[in-house]
Structures are given as C-alpha cells and as structure tokens.
Design a protein around this ligand. Structure first.
Ligand code: NAP
Length: 254
C-alpha cells in the first residue's frame, strides 16, 4: 500500500460515521487498515453495517452511540474511546447537521441551541476530552469538517449553521497553534455533497441549479470528501497544519 495512504493499525475516531460523508471517511480509513471507532447517534443498523464492512475489508472497527445534543454526549463518546484504546492517532470531527433552514430573525431558541450545540459546541467538548489521548498517539492529527457555508454564506437560511462552521475554522487555526508540534489540526470544507442533509433541506430543483453553477458541472459524492481527509490525517499531510482543503467542484471560484 502507498505509505502516504497506509493507515495500518492507526486508531481513528470518526464522528457521525453511520451515514453520508462520515460513513465514506470511516470506510476509507478501514479499507486502508485502520482501527476505527464508528460513532453514530440514531442510525444503529447503519453503523453496524459500517463496522461489518470495515471488518470484512481487513480493518478493525467498533460502534459507539452518543447523542451530541445531550449534555454528556461528548463525554460518553470520549469515555468509550478511552476504555478501548490507550492512545488515539486520528480524530475526525464530522457529525453535524443544518438542523433546518431559518432566517436569523425567525430562528427560535431551540434552532440556535441545536445548531450551535451539534456543529460547534460538541466539537469543542469532544476535542478537549480527547486531546490527552491524542497526545499518546502516533503522529496524531485532527481533521474537522467545516463547510463552504463558512466562506460563501451557503444556500439561504443557514446563518446559525454558518456561524458554527465559521467557528470550526477558528477552532482549527487556533488549536493548530496550541497543539504544535505534537498534534496537527486541519479542516475540510465540503461544498454541496449529495447526502441526507440536502435530501431534507434543499429542493431537487435547487440541487440542479447549484450543479449547473459548479465549474465541474455536478454536485459532489460523499466518497469525494474522504480523500482530502486521508491526506490531512496521514503521512501525506505531515507538514500541513492549521489549514483547510475545499472539496466543492470549484463552486468556491464559480
Ligand atoms: P448526514 O448524511 O445527514 O450525516 C450526519 C451524521 O451526523 C450522521 O452520521 C448522524 O448520525 C450524525 N448526527 C446527526 N445528529 C447527531 C447528533 N445529535 N449527535 C451525534 N451525531 C449526530 O450529513 P453529511 O452531509 O454527511 O454531513 C457530514 C458533515 O459534513 C456535517 O458536519 C456537515 O455539516 C458537513 N457538510 C456537509 C455538506 C453537504 O453538502 N452534505 C456540505 C458542507 C459540510 P445518525 O445517523 O446515527 O443519527
């Protein structure tokens, strides 16, 4: 296996690994020999499928349930990881959701609490709890999933989500400095990727419009985000920290 993408025996936590982008990331690590903690919230069967798939492809995996919208969600996941491993090599903070589209003026307390709680606060909480374990890892790295929304404002009704994803960028840069030279911290900013988020919150007509506006002429696939995460997490990204890779088919420049 190409050593830049060889994750044999590397211990990896992927949050929100039951579906969409997180699932693709977990499977990509598993196919390259990693030992993967497959975090999920409500999709237990899907998480079990991911674990089975990784095991079948020669990797090792276990599933961990934690609702990041509960006060002890991050602690529950961090404790499960600490009970399983005595060190951690890679943390991918992927779990997230638009929650729903609302202008800021119309947003109620619940929308704001849940959007910031899942997309920003839980990432801060989980990361701080896992830093001591990452410090015991080998060439440890954190990859945070932010969004094109933090750069271009998104597709409407996502101000709070944009605030959270912008916060993830700030966290990435500040933490990269704080954890140098021991732990590298980077981010991946997907553009419009076909997952349940858009099936729920973006009309098919709007998806077509976005695809037409995208220089590569289409929306993205979850698997197309995994390569950037592998690069930043492994030997290929060994001199990259505090940075972000955009995965958006050129929508950023379009
Ligand atoms: P998705 O298909 O809806 O998957 C979301 C994942 O997050 C699922 O595994 C889900 O777990 C988990 N999750 C949801 N609510 C949770 C909660 N309360 N506690 C813990 N986990 C929870 O979404 P996706 O499109 O792959 O998004 C993945 C990441 O990419 C998110 O951070 C999103 O903001 C970001 N992103 C996506 C796009 C895009 O176009 N799709 C663009 C930019 C950024 P269960 O299914 O087990 O509940």
């Amino acid at each position: 296996m190409d050593k830049l993408f060889d994750f044999s025996g590397r211990r990896v936590v992927v949050t929100g690994a039951s579906r969409g982008i997180g699932r693709s990331i977990a499977e990509a690590f598993g196919e390259r020999g990693a030992d993967v903690a497959v975090h999920y919230c409500s999709s237990a069967d899907a998480a079990a499928e991911v674990v089975d798939g990784i095991t079948a492809s020669g990797g090792r995996a276990f599933a961990v349930q934690a609702d990041m919208l509960t006060a002890d969600g991050a602690a529950k996941l961090a404790d499960a990881v600490k009970n399983h491993w005595d060190g951690l090599d890679i943390l991918v903070n992927n779990a997230g959701d638009v929650i729903g589209r609302s202008t800021l003026a119309e947003a109620d307390d619940r929308h704001i609490e849940q959007t910031l709680g899942l997309n920003l606060n839980s990432v801060v909480d989980l990361t701080r709890r896992l830093i001591p374990l990452l410090e015991k890892g080998q060439a440890p790295a954190i990859v945070n999933i932010t969004s094109i929304t933090a750069f271009n404002g998104g597709q409407g009704g996502v101000s709070v989500y944009g605030a959270a994803k912008g916060g993830i960028l700030g966290l990435t840069r500040s933490l990269a400095g704080e954890l140098c030279p021991t732990i590298r911290v980077n981010a991946v900013a997907p553009g419009v990727i076909i997952t349940d988020i858009h099936r729920r919150t973006t009309t098919p007509e709007r998806m077509v419009q976005i695809a037409e506006k995208t220089p590569l002429g289409r929306n993205g696939d979850p698997d197309e985000c995994a390569g950037a995460v592998l690069l930043l997490a492994g030997a290929g990204g060994s001199f990259i920290t505090g940075d972000v890779i955009h995965v958006n088919g050129g929508l950023w420049i379009g």
